[in-house]
Ligand binder design. Sequence first.
Ligand code: SF4
Length: 323
Amino acid sequence: MTVPAAPASAKRVLLAAPRGYCAGVDRAVVAVETALEKYGAPVYVRKEIVHNKHVVETLRERGAIFVDDTEQVPAGARLVFSAHGVSPAVREAAAARSLATIDATCPLVSKVHREAVRFAKGDYDILLIGHTGHEEVEGTAGEAPEHVQVVNGPDDVDHVVVRDPAKVVWLSQTTLSVDETMETVRRLRERFPSLQDPPSDDICYATQNRQVAVKKIAPDADVVIVVGSANSSNSVRLVEVARQAGAGAAYRVDRAAEIEDGWLADAGTVGVTSGASVPEILVQDVIAHLARHGFASVEEVSTAAEDLVFSLPPELRTRRTAG
Ligand code: SF4
């Protein structure tokens, strides 16, 4: 039996807030823009400055050159480290090539690096909850490779081997699902009752706030659309969180054109949110697309106010003042 389509008058959008850009992404993008203004193109950027296709393409058009490795940067050129952070080995490789580096690592990622260094100095086994291969995890683990092991999630816990169960601490990637991470910690603590917590939350305020907001709209939404790129960890987590919180369905799109008509066919309420690396213009394109499909009423549902701003990396602050 086919479900009758919702009448146009019943069609509405619930728009989650906070959504989109966080303080760390904003700072990283402005850092590349400022470097291009001050020094001219090209400015090299190691990896994607933030995990969003639109942002990367826009900066590329303005003269940024994205590379995977410091070896691809001409000796002496200017290189920006992305918001996800780098390991000391990458910093050393850049110094060996005399690169003029600008560090756009999010300060909240740098905080986790410092925790890793501190616990490694105390000779702890550090269980870093995160996704193997993610740039942030590679950077944090690289601070103390002989002390850190990556735990990919609850199912990975049984494989963990530590030297001294009385001296174990967990840290995490900043963009994980809060609920899944707490489940991983619960299972780790079952195995290691003396497991120490990080000094403060490693999952950052922006990740947490966006998950709380999508949880609020998901139970009322037939479909939740998350704007964000496939390699954006926090965006992918928002899709999972929306499904777990009761959305009829949840999909991730890079842009409005990827929304399939079939997703909307029987929907009365569509929830919309976006990952921390997504410019608002992409969300507004989605809202316009939905309006063209009869979802003209938009209600913003806000669960927190954000006003955190990070200052630019010191290299750019100094130049700005001098210039
Ligand atoms: S998501 Fe969090 S850790 Fe990542 S850049 Fe934004 S504020 Fe920083």
